[in-house]
Ligand binder design. Structure first.
Ligand SMILES: [Cu+2]
Length: 482
């Protein structure tokens, strides 16, 4: 398990790679007095929410005034003091940002976890705007909602335009450690809906390498949350008739990929994972775990209610919020759809083109990463190795253009996340193209996806599957360069 090992290795790892500038906790910047004054206080807390009519004890990442996460502006510095007000160690990762590696928030890689009652300071420039999020990288805390939005405004925010943030989460009353133990004990229980013949053909799978049908949703959740609520009592957001809004969707789920369904509204997708793309107009978009979508919406003039739904892939269950213009009646929305949705595909990914692609360049270094695993024993691996502190980091060097070739040899989709660097999707199944710039890309079963990035942020970085229990079961590795 990453968490326990992470604790054990943190000292060794830090000793091995820590440069003269120490971690956030111990090395205040020279202007630390001013930093502390202008820093945003973020507190890790316990809170109780109601799910399916029952109280649920979960975490919160919020400011003293109750604001969940942070909204800030590009060009500013990210200055935050993170206070651990829970009774266990924790550390928060700023997902999608490019801080100095010691401030990246991965226990045992970037810095030791913050003990209960402790705090850590963060201070680094915000190089780009967009929709990001923050979440615990400690143990399985993310499953208990130790997460929040991290929104960086830039010129995609039109003056006066409303902004709607939609955070998606999966929820279980079973403690995450028990969920993980159950997966380990019984292996993955494949989703029956996902095994039907039409599902197999819908995914276009060929029975080479991986099996013919994907396995989806290996954790059975009690609820799917949209801004902490279910469709039994969804959030209703008032929007301007005839107006526009910028919808920022964050898939903060631990294990659940979704189809975002805008119903009657057409959306203009303008960015993925914070980075702008050539616009794509549609009313349905895939969103894998940890990914984000920025979608511009236009509302008709007449009063109406517009559900914005997230349908679990390969399943009938859904969650969402309602956007209402005028005094529209809000009808009850069922928490299941009529027919199961298909598995996510890479169809949209193939159509996405970065508005600001990487400068074309031959790679100086290519690493091939087979995504592998033993479903029966619930061990998830990269090149058949479950991560442990003895696994050497992937070698790269400063200034290189690096390509990572990911080949999914399993029957589950894996959303792969690189820390500390934005990357560009440059190939899917042998076809080169100038794809989206992102920080998390889905690799569906049997597929080959290639990403490229510039090694421009030296340090010790994590690269892993963002499905929480896959990550904890070993589908994790590191890159290190100075
Ligand atoms: Cu995975």
């Amino acid at each position: 398990m990453l968490s326990r090992r992470a604790l054990l290795v943190s000292a060794a790892a830090a000793a091995a790679v820590r440069p003269a500038t120490l971690s956030a906790q111990t090395a205040p910047a020279p202007d630390s007095v001013e930093s502390a004054r202008s820093a945003t206080i973020i507190q890790l807390q316990r809170r109780t929410i109601e799910v399916n009519g029952k109280p649920a004890s979960v975490f919160a990442v919020r400011q003293p005034d109750g604001t969940s996460g942070i909204v800030t502006e590009v060009g500013k510095r990210f200055r935050a003091r993170l206070q651990n007000n829970i009774d266990q160690p924790s550390l928060i990762h700023w997902h999608g940002l490019t801080p100095p590696w010691q401030q990246d928030g991965v226990p045992g890689i970037s810095a030791p976890p913050i003990p209960p009652g402790g705090s850590a300071d963060y201070d680094f420039p915000l190089r780009f705007g967009g929709t990001f999020w923050m979440h615990s990288h400690q143990g399985l805390q993310e499953q208990s909602l130790m997460l929040a939005p991290l929104i960086i405004h830039d010129d995609r925010n039109r003056p006066g335009e409303q902004e709607v943030v939609l955070m998606l989460n999966d929820f279980s009353f079973t403690p995450p450690e028990e969920i993980f133990a159950g997966l380990k004990k019984s292996g993955s229980m494949p989703n029956m809906a996902a095994r039907s013949p039409q599902m197999a053909s819908a995914t276009g799978m060929t029975p080479t390498g991986a099996a013919a049908a994907p396995d989806l949703n290996d954790v059975k959740y009690d609820a799917f949350l949209a801004n902490d609520r279910t469709l039994a009592d969804p959030e209703v957001v008032k929007v301007e008739p005839g107006g526009h809004a910028l919808l920022r969707v964050i898939n903060g789920s631990s294990m659940s990929n979704h189809h975002l369904d805008l119903g009657q509204l057409k959306g203009e997708l303008i960015a993925v994972d914070g980075f702008r793309t050539a616009p794509v107009i549609a009313n349905r978009f895939p969103i894998a775990v940890a990914q984000r979508l920025d979608i511009r919406l236009a509302f008709p003039r007449q009063p109406a209610a517009y559900p914005v739904l997230a349908v679990l892939e390969g399943d009938r269950r859904q969650t969402g919020i309602v956007l209402a213009t005028g005094r529209a009646a809000i009808a009850r929305i069922a928490d299941t759809t009529g027919t199961p949705s298909p598995a996510l595909t890479l169809d949209l990914e193939r159509r996405l083109h970065a508005a600001e692609p990487l400068r074309p360049r031959k790679p100086d270094r290519v690493h091939t990463l087979n995504l592998t695993g033993d479903m029966a024993r619930y061990i998830w691996t990269i090149n058949n190795i479950a991560w442990n502190p003895d696994v050497p980091p992937l070698p790269i060097a400063k200034g290189e253009r690096v390509e990572l070739v990911m080949i999914n040899q399993t029957r589950m989709p894996h959303p792969m996340h690189l820390h500390g660097h934005e990357f560009q999707v440059v190939e899917i199944d042998g076809k080169r193209f100038s794809g989206a710039v992102r920080d998390t890309v889905l690799v569906t079963p049997g597929r080959r996806v290639v990403i490229a990035f510039d090694a421009n942020n030296p340090g010790f970085w994590a690269f892993h599957c963002h499905l929480l229990y896959h990550l904890d079961a070993g589908m994790f590795t590191t890159l290190r360069y100075v």
